[in-house]
Design a protein around this ligand. Structure first.
Ligand SMILES: [Zn+2]
Length: 253
């Protein structure tokens, strides 16, 4: 499932391949991925810059922006011969190349919006975790109640931390996913902030090199009873905020 690091990589891919080429044609191959607005408006325009906010991707096409949410299996492919198998929408550029939005499972959405800011406000999305500083992170947590993992997953508090990355950041900072937000110490909040940034930035770096995550990451040990790569404790599985959650029973307090 495309999470924030994958969407960042798609944004870089789009930026590298699909900017400053005039859209000659928009081919909708499956209307189920289209939002309500008319994508034909993009004909004759070109994309000038990209932006990512959480798991949302935007490309500036003048007075309108393309918006993509990649759902469960969305991806991009720039090509000049045969379109990829699960292409659902294709932008043909006037230079003969094309960009496909592919999506095997059809949970993604491609549509238009007036601007990323409007989209973020309309959908009440919180700030992107990589745009936060420690002070703004503290302010987000202030006066909140509930379990820390549930808060990390709330898109209207912080946009874009998915289930795996929430577990990974809590694992790295030694915080139990069921901890109450208002009981975290200043040091724990600082550690969690650094862990979120570290996990996401390292994930982007690993993914952009096409590599897998290292064995010291929790994601490589998501199995009940597995051994913690940090302290040798036991990995436990539970449910927090309705999501399957893994944590180390020894070093996450
Ligand atoms: Zn451990």
């Amino acid at each position: 499932m495309p999470e924030l690091p994958e969407v960042e990589i798609y944004a870089r891919y789009f930026e590298r391949h699909a900017l400053r080429q005039t859209v000659a044609r928009v081919r909708v191959l499956d209307e189920r991925i289209c939002g309500s607005r008319n994508l034909g408006r993009l004909v004759g325009r070109s994309f000038e810059r990209v932006r990512r906010h959480g798991k949302h991707f935007f490309a500036d096409a003048g007075d309108v922006w393309l918006h993509i949410h990649f759902g469960m299996s969305g991806d991009l492919a720039y090509f000049s011969d045969a379109p990829p198998r699960y292409a659902r929408l294709i932008f043909d550029f006037d230079n003969g190349a094309s960009l496909a939005y592919e999506d095997m499972r059809l949970f993604g959405i491609v549509d238009l919006t007036s601007s990323p800011v409007d989209y973020i406000l309309e959908h009440e999305l919180g700030p992107d975790p990589l745009e936060l500083n420690l002070r703004s992170f503290r302010e987000l947590l202030a006066n909140r109640r509930g379990r820390i993992k549930a808060l990390l997953l709330s898109q209207n508090i912080i946009a874009g931390i998915g289930n795996l990355y929430a577990d990974e950041a809590l694992f790295r900072s030694g915080i139990h996913p069921r901890r109450q937000v208002d009981r975290l110490s200043d040091g724990e909040v600082r550690s969690l902030f650094r862990s979120i940034r570290g996990v996401l930035q390292e994930a982007i770096a690993f993914k952009s090199r096409g590599g897998d995550y290292p064995g010291r990451w929790l994601v490589q040990h998501r199995e009940e009873g597995d051994r913690c790569p940090r302290c040798g404790g036991t990995i436990r599985r539970t449910v927090v905020a309705g999501r399957t959650t893994y944590y180390c029973a020894r070093h996450q307090k």
